[in-house]
Design a protein around this ligand. Structure first.
Ligand code: PMP
Length: 362
């Protein structure tokens, strides 16, 4: 029996996707082989691969002049690839610090050049994202890096800042495909797939083609975006099964009505849960209301002992157990991740559990 999985990533996948993958696992559509066993140069895999790229383009409205890449190494490798490829010609970039992942990205960029902090909410414990007018952008920066959704702190920036002619680079690992991001306003966006796109093992990068040419020729071949752009992300063996599953997830999103439907569903899920938290006086949301994430809902109980009791009780809840509600180990507390594949029913059951737990322990 399936349980309610509120994991921050790797996270819940749509049940029809898992069922389809099971059906096709041993004999993929009459080929007599599994996708796991197929050459990445075979026609059957090529269709899977190009199909996933085409689905990203359709779903996200990627314009001509932007390349869609499927890479290895997770979002963490992008922390390095972005400055290696784009921190040119001035070797200066601006970073917006809104959480632990943004800070990690800035640490890697410092290995390549000068990093200026365009805004930071660290003094506020990362409980909010900066307002547009708080950003101090260097017009000479090679790019401006931001994290649209802060997975650990439960905050989100759904409006892209104005940065003049400075290319915007966005880490969208935990909210890609959950709201209609204007790709044409971004120089580059990246996302590990294991939250909103599919399984772990593949990383989506969308990059404006003129930026591909900034990388120095001396950069390692595998680290240059243009290597992957020039070969349709088939320069070396791609993570074939992860790409296949991502393709199934993208098809599922299209069947549901695309990004607009994902946005409506995620708004409803998040509103349901935040209303329960705000209405209780027993649970306390950690993010400032104006900065709240629709993807990762973070909250606390009165003390850590009660949080432990809460998490243990949730894991034993009936009729459906609720798991992976622990906050990130660096901050503690409770975190419910409500990515695209998490159904409204899971949130409704969680809200009922919140009320029941409060009755017993409040
Ligand atoms: N950025 C954000 C916003 C994340 O949430 C994560 C992972 N939780 C990462 C980067 C790192 O991703 P990966 O594990 O794919 O390297």
């Amino acid at each position: 029996m399936r349980i309610h999985n509120f994991a921050a990533g790797p996270a819940a996948l749509p049940l029809p996707v898992l069922e389809r993958a099971r059906e096709e696992l041993v004999d993929y559509r009459g080929t007599g082989t599994s996708v796991l066993e197929m050459s990445h140069r075979s026609p059957a895999y090529d269709e899977i691969h190009q199909g996933a790229i085409a689905a990203v383009r359709r779903l996200m409205g990627v314009p001509e002049g932007w390349s869609v890449l499927l890479l290895h190494g997770g979002a963490s490798l992008q922390f390095s690839m972005v400055p290696m490829n784009l921190m040119h010609p001035r070797r200066r970039a601006d970073y917006v610090l809104t959480g632990s992942w943004a800070k990690k990205a800035a640490v890697e960029a410092r290995r390549e050049g000068e990093v200026r902090i365009a805004a930071s909410t660290e003094a506020d414990g990362f409980r909010r994202v900066p307002r547009g007018d708080e950003l101090d952008v260097d017009p000479e920066a090679d790019y401006l890096h931001l994290t649209t959704n802060n997975t650990i702190f439960g905050t989100q920036m759904r409006e892209l800042p104005q940065a003049g002619g400075v290319p915007l680079v966005a880490d969208m690992s935990s909210d890609v495909l959950s709201w209609p991001v204007p790709v044409e306003r971004l120089g580059l966006l990246y996302a590990g797939a294991q939250k909103n796109l599919g399984p772990a093992g593949v990383t989506l990068v969308i990059v404006r083609d003129d930026l591909l040419e900034r990388a120095p020729q001396g950069l390692a071949t595998m680290l240059q975006y243009r290597t992957h752009a020039a070969s349709d992300s088939l320069y070396n063996t791609p993570p074939t099964f992860a790409v296949y599953l991502m393709g199934l997830c993208l098809a599922w999103v299209e069947e549901q009505g695309g990004v607009a439907a994902m946005e409506a569903a995620s708004r409803r899920k998040a509103d349901t849960l935040y209303a329960a938290i705000d209405g209780s006086g027993f649970y306390r949301g950690t993010a400032e209301p104006a900065s709240r994430s629709r993807m990762n809902v973070t909250f606390r109980l009165v003390d850590e002992a009660l949080e432990k009791t809460f998490l243990a009780a949730a894991a034993e809840a009936r009729p459906t157990r609720m798991v992976q509600l622990e906050g990130h180990r660096s901050v503690g507390g409770v975190r419910a991740s409500l990515y695209n594949a998490v159904p409204q029913q899971a949130v409704d059951d969680l809200v009922a559990f919140l009320a029941d737990f409060e009755r017993r322990h409040g």
